[in-house]
Design a protein around this ligand. Structure first.
Ligand code: C2O
Ligand code: CU
Ligand code: CU
Length: 406
C-alpha cells in the first residue's frame, strides 16, 4: 500500500482475531518505527525504539506481524523523532472490524488534527519551548482527513459509523455532532455499555470516539461536526444528505460486544503511585537518532526520559504477569496530560476532582492537580511505554515504561 503525500496515511483495516503482517519500508531519510496505538499485541511488535526493537534505519524494512485481539478504532504513528514525524503528517487511522457487522450502511474514518502552517501554507517551527514547558504548542490549521472544513456527502436517511480519531500532537478538544440524531457507541475502541448523546465528547491527543449517525432525510439539513475550543467553536466538517432517504433507524443497530479485556480483581490489587511533575534540575536531554527537542521539562516519578533513546533504562515499576494493579496517577503540574499506556488497557476507577465513567481505555486525560486511580490486569509481558501523548511533553521528559514479567 502506498499513499499520496497530500492526503492522510492510508486507513488500515484488519479483522478482530485474524493474523496480519505489515511490511514497513522506511523511505524517510532518517530512522523511524511504527507504533500501533491501542492494540494489545506482543511487545516485540509494539514499535518503540530500544524498548521493543531497533529503529528502522533509512531505506530499511521491518515486518510487523500480530493478531489484533480487540475490535474498534485505533491509529498508528512513528515513535522515533516522534514530534517531527507526526507533526508533518505520519498519523494514520487503523480499524479493526468486528466479526459481526453491526448494521451500518457505511463507515467513515475522520482523522482529526492540526498542522502548524504559516500564511504561505508552509510548515512553521513545530513547537515553541515556552509552550512545551506548559500546555503544548497548538497547530494553526484544523483539518479533518487533511482538509479544512470538508463537505462530505452521505446517503440520506442512512446509518453511518463515524470514527473520530484525534491524531494531533497537542490539542485537547470537545467535539459535538449538531443537526442530527447521533450517539457515541465506543471510546478508545471499547464499546460503551450504553450509547451516549454525541455532545461534548472530550478527546485528547490519541483518543478516539465511534459515533452512530442517522443522516437526516432532506438535502437541506446539513450535519455539523463542531470542535469546541476554550473561547470559540468551529465547524470542522459538514455531512450533506444526498439522494432519496433510505429511512434507517438507530435502533436497528446491533450493540457492539465488549472487547476481551480482562476484568481487574480489585480485592487483590496492589496500588502503585506515579507522580507527573517537573523535571529535576539539570537533567540534560540525551541525543539519539530518534531526535531530541533539546530540553527537559517534565518527569514521571522524578525521572525524565524522552521515550525513544537508548538505555540503560530502568522501568518505572515492575508488574507481575496476571496480577491486578491500581495505578494512582498524580498530576502535580498546572497542565493537563493525556496519559497513555502501551500493551494493556486499563479501567478508570476514580478521581479526586470529578466523577468518572468506568471507561476501558489506553489514554486518559489527567487534569491539572488531579489524582486518578485506574486499574489493569498485567496480562501482556514486556516493557510497555507509558507517557503523555502531548508529544512535546513526551519528548521533554514525560515518559517512562512499565515492565510486566513472569
Ligand atoms: Cu500513541 Cu507511545 O503512543
Ligand atoms: Cu500507544
Ligand atoms: Cu503532558
Amino acid at each position: 500500500m502506498s499513499f499520496s503525500p497530500d492526503g492522510p496515511p492510508p486507513v488500515l483495516r484488519f479483522k478482530q482475531g485474524e493474523a496480519v503482517a505489515v511490511d514497513v519500508t522506511n523511505k524517510l531519510d532518517e530512522a523511524s518505527v511504527v507504533h500501533w496505538h491501542g492494540l494489545r499485541i506482543p511487545n516485540g511488535m509494539d514499535g518503540v525504539p530500544y524498548l521493543t526493537q531497533y529503529p528502522i534505519e533509512a531505506g530499511e524494512r521491518f515486518r510487523y506481524a500480530f493478531t489484533p485481539p480487540d475490535a474498534g478504532t485505533f491509529w498508528y504513528h512513528p515513535h522515533c523523532n516522534t514530534l517531527e514525524q507526526m507533526a508533518r503528517g505520519l498519523t494514520g487511522v487503523l480499524i479493526v472490524e468486528e466479526p459481526e457487522d453491526p448494521g451500518f450502511d457505511s463507515d467513515l474514518p475522520l482523522n482529526i488534527r492540526d498542522f502548524r502552517l504559516g500564511g504561505d501554507g508552509q510548515f512553521i517551527s513545530l513547537f515553541k519551548p515556552r509552550s512545551a514547558a506548559r500546555g503544548g504548542t497548538l497547530g494553526t490549521v484544523s483539518t479533518v482527513n487533511w482538509k479544512v472544513a470538508p463537505d462530505i456527502a452521505l446517503q440520506a436517511g442512512s446509518l453511518v459509523r463515524l470514527r473520530l480519531a484525534v491524531t494531533d500532537v497537542t490539542r485537547v478538544g470537545r467535539y459535538e455532532i449538531e443537526g442530527a440524531e447521533a450517539t457515541v457507541i465506543a471510546i478508545d475502541s471499547n464499546p460503551l455499555p450504553m450509547p451516549l448523546p454525541a455532545r461534548d465528547i472530550e478527546l485528547s491527543p490519541g483518543q478516539r470516539a465511534d459515533v452512530a449517525l442517522r443522516v437526516p432525510d432532506r438535502a437541506e439539513d446539513a450535519v455539523r461536526l463542531v470542535l469546541k475550543r476554550k473561547f470559540d467553536e468551529k465547524v470542522i466538517a459538514q455531512f450533506l444528505p444526498r439522494g432519496a432517504s433510505v429511512r434507517r433507524d438507530l435502533r436497528e443497530l446491533v450493540p457492539l460486544g465488549p472487547n476481551p479485556v480482562p476484568e481487574p480483581d480489585l480485592n487483590n490489587a496492589e496500588v502503585m503511585e506515579f507522580v507527573f511533575g517537573w523535571s529535576p534540575e539539570g537533567d540534560a536531554p540525551q541525543a539519539s537518532i530518534c531526535g531530541t527537542l533539546g530540553y527537559t521539562f517534565w518527569s514521571i516519578n522524578r525521572k525524565a526520559w524522552q521515550g525513544d533513546v537508548p538505555g540503560p533504562l530502568d522501568p518505572l515499576a515492575t508488574l507481575k504477569l496476571g496480577k491486578t494493579y491500581v495505578l494512582r496517577l498524580r498530576n502535580e503540574t498546572p497542565n493537563d496530560h493525556p496519559i497513555h499506556l502501551h500493551g494493556v488497557s486499563f479501567q478508570l476507577l476514580r478521581s479526586n476532582k470529578r466523577k468518572l465513567a468506568p471507561l476501558v481505555t489506553d489514554t486518559a486525560l489527567l487534569r491539572s492537580q488531579e489524582t486518578m486511580d485506574v486499574a489493569l490486569v498485567a496480562d501482556n509481558p514486556g516493557d510497555w511505554a507509558f507517557h503523555c501523548h502531548v508529544i512535546e511533553h513526551q519528548k521533554t521528559g514525560l515518559a517512562g515504561f512499565l515492565r510486566i514479567e513472569d
